[in-house]
Design a protein. Structure first.
Lengths: 393, 325
């Protein structure tokens, strides 16, 4: 029987306007962007067998420049990226000023949070910065800068994703191992908060203080280290990859190891292939001759966000790009199965978080059933009421 | 619609399904099985499964419906199957990673979207000559040729555009920006309108072909389904201009749209992640491919009801219906 419910046939004036925009013989537009990277040495790590690529982030941004230009040739837009891989925080900050003097207003930054704070403070309101490297929650909940958007997922988004999945598996009792670095401590703080939100119980928490070489002694040290009350899973907070790779298969109880090693929540990973991602992955591999990682994705989607805003809003000025990106109209296909947008109160890109192991996707979060009054993507990470940031005012 | 009318329609539907004019077969490409499933639509069951090239996606029929063309994406070729013998008899140069394609009414010019190369390739299926390679946007996907033969339209997913290609010159004459991730274009049978789906945008854009302008943007709301999961993909239009059917992807529904008033009349629950659609010859029956659940839903068009689901291979992608040969 024919029903007539939920009728929806609204004319979208925006879309009609856009068609007109595309039809007009637009004047050629040059969109110049800057990419600045400063990655401090992470110190010696035990697990140094498979090194991380040094151009993580840059190659993603470069791919998006190609993508934007493929579209741009039909719209008389030309995108270019000026790149500096800095050797120090000071050089990164100085480079920003130099590029600003050259008239560049749009930047993708892969730098630590402390450097980002300095850059955001010196940049002022004539530029727009995309943070494609620092995951620190403070940048998104208390120290937000109106000129900064974030494309890399925060620690709390990653740990919420992991906790949702643990909850859905009913693996509630957790043995948490925390490394010594500032990043490890932030990751673990995120996980502690997530465990409260998603009803997990951290039955044991131990800081990692051993300094022996686990390649010789892992099988002896870790079983003893992970003895204690029964747990469903071991969660490791070892962001730089020091000892965490040696935890799986060496736990006292036969339990899965997840967190920063084993099963990990990520902004992106080369195993993501659904929703057309296979095409993005193969384009990236053709360009960089390696798999696409989370930093590459953060750089890629920052430049794609700029491209989308310039096309739809019709202006490459940083103020117009910012206004469009933070507006309700903005939506972007990020190969994650649904449209992506930015949280207008803190500039964080809302996005599903894949949970992966090195050779396959295990789950994609948010997991169905975790609800939010606005969008279930906001079940991942700090929400507006938990933050003092209101950057779009 | 009043009850009396519905009863009449139901009866008509039963009669038409019980005594079809001729037997029909549906062909379904199974993307992850590298096969084509053959379904007898009288018996409503799979009667044959044919091995084809790697990652078969788009499929279409020659105008006389004797030949099936298959995009074997990972083999970088278009395969040609003779439906009488169900054998692959030939292959065509296609460019890299062909995903969807469309055949010009002249029954010779095949327009192929090459997803990894940002081009559209035009091949003469008789001479196997590549007539043109046309640069388009990033990730070309959907292809359609207007029934009057004048336009070929390609959608590019990451560029969010419809590229309007003049079929005389093989040159792009117009680019229209629509919603995020355009997937599929379907022309009305009179060639006056083109319907284009934007998967991530969640919209269907109806383009007036004379003016090359959007005249309507449809969106869809299904109660109890997250709005982000309403992702339009395949579109099928009845030849009488009455209905449009829109496959809504992971919302697991097909929208029934009044093609004159653009009113959404109903949402029909089908299998998981519905991708493509095809109507049978007398348009009494609509089949949908459901990628994740690995089956076909059969919709009775008169009654607007899903009457059957048929298990096929893994990740069924395209579907076409031809008379039994």
């Amino acid at each position: 029987m024919l029903r007539l419910p939920y009728i929806s046939h609204a004319v979208c004036m925006l879309a009609l306007t856009l068609v007109a925009l595309a039809a007009a013989p637009a004047a050629a537009v040059d969109i110049r962007m800057g990419y600045i990277q400063w990655v401090p040495d992470r110190g010696p790590v035990l697990s140094n067998i498979i090194p991380e690529p040094e151009d993580g982030g840059l190659r993603g941004a470069e791919l998006a420049v190609q993508d934007n230009n493929s579209t741009g040739r039909f719209l008389q837009q030309s995108y270019s990226l000026k790149t500096v891989m800095a050797d120090s925080a000071e050089q990164a900050v100085q480079t920003l000023s130099t590029m600003m003097d050259q008239g560049i207003e749009l930047f993708v930054l892969n730098v630590p949070a402390t450097t980002l704070r300095t850059m955001a403070a010196t940049a002022g309101d004539k530029v727009l910065l995309f943070n494609a490297g620092a995951k620190d929650d403070a940048l998104r909940i208390s120290e937000c800068s109106p000129n900064t958007l974030h494309t890399i997922a925060s620690y709390s988004m990653l740990t919420d994703a992991l906790a949702q999945w643990l909850n859905s598996r009913r693996w509630n009792d957790i043995f948490l191992i925390t490394g010594p670095t500032d990043q490890d401590i932030q990751w673990a703080e995120g996980f502690r908060r997530a465990s409260k939100r998603f009803n997990l119980d951290i039955v044991t928490e131990k800081p990692w203080t051993f300094d022996g070489d686990l390649r010789r002694t892992a099988s002896k040290e870790l079983p003893l280290f992970t003895q204690g009350a029964d747990y469903d899973a071991v969660v490791v907070a070892d962001v730089r990859g020091d000892f965490g790779e040696y935890v799986p298969y060496n736990t006292w109880l036969p339990r899965p190891v997840i967190g920063t090693q084993g099963l990990t929540p990520v902004t992106w990973h080369r195993v993501v292939e659904a929703w057309g991602a296979a095409q993005l992955q193969s384009r990236f591999r053709d360009l960089a001759d390696r798999g696409m990682n989370d930093l590459d994705y953060a750089g890629w989607i920052a430049v794609r966000s700029i491209g989308e805003a310039v096309t739809r809003a019709g202006s490459p000025a940083s103020g117009d790009v910012r206004a469009y990106v933070l507006s309700d109209q903005f939506q972007l296909d990020g190969f994650k199965g649904r449209k992506l947008s930015y949280r207008s109160w803190n500039g964080q890109l809302r996005q599903p978080i894949p949970l992966v192991h090195p050779r396959a996707l295990v789950a994609q979060t948010p997991i169905e059933g975790f609800l939010h009054p606005k969008t279930d993507l906001d079940t991942l990470g700090y929400d507006a009421p938990e933050s003092t940031c209101r950057i779009s005012r | 619609m009043n009850k009396k009318k519905i009863k009449t329609l139901t009866l008509t539907a039963l009669v038409s399904i019980a005594s079809p004019l001729w037997a029909e077969m549906a062909y379904v490409s199974n993307e992850k099985d590298n096969t084509i499933s053959v379904i007898d639509l009288d018996a409503m069951e799979v009667v044959d499964t044919i091995d084809v090239g790697q990652r078969p996606r788009g499929i279409l029929l020659s105008k006389d419906k004797s030949t099936l063309y298959i995009c074997a994406s990972d083999d970088d070729t278009v395969q040609v199957m003779d439906l009488a013998t169900r054998k692959i008899v030939d292959s065509l140069p296609s460019g890299e990673d062909p995903e969807q394609f469309a055949l010009h009414p002249n029954d010779r010019h095949l327009y192929i979207a090459n997803e990894d190369d940002d081009i559209t390739t035009v091949v003469d299926v008789k001479t196997k000559e590549v007539l043109a390679q046309i640069p388009v946007g990033v990730e070309p996907e959907g292809m359609a040729v207007s029934p009057d033969g004048r336009w070929a339209v390609n959608t590019s997913e990451t560029t969010s555009m419809l590229h309007w290609i003049n079929t005389e010159t093989f040159e792009i004459e117009k680019n229209i920006v629509i919603g995020q991730r355009p997937r599929h274009v379907e022309f009305s049978h009179d060639s006056k309108f083109a319907w284009a789906s934007a998967e991530i945008g969640g919209t269907v854009h109806i383009i007036d072909v004379d003016k090359l302008e959007a005249v309507k943007v449809l969106d869809f709301k299904i109660r109890g389904v997250n709005q982000d999961k309403v992702q339009p993909v395949g579109i099928e239009l009845t030849s009488d201009g009455r209905y449009a059917f829109v496959a809504l992807g992971p919302s697991n529904h097909v929208a029934v749209v009044d093609a004159q008033t653009y009113e959404v009349l109903d949402y029909l629950l089908v299998g998981s992640r519905v991708w493509q659609l095809d109507l049978n010859a007398d348009q009494s029956m609509l089949l949908t491919t459901n990628g994740v659940s690995g089956d076909i839903s059969v919709i009775d068009v008169e009654d607007m009801k899903v009457i059957k689901s048929i298990k096929v291979g893994r990740y069924p992608w395209g579907v076409v219906i031809a008379p039994s040969s």
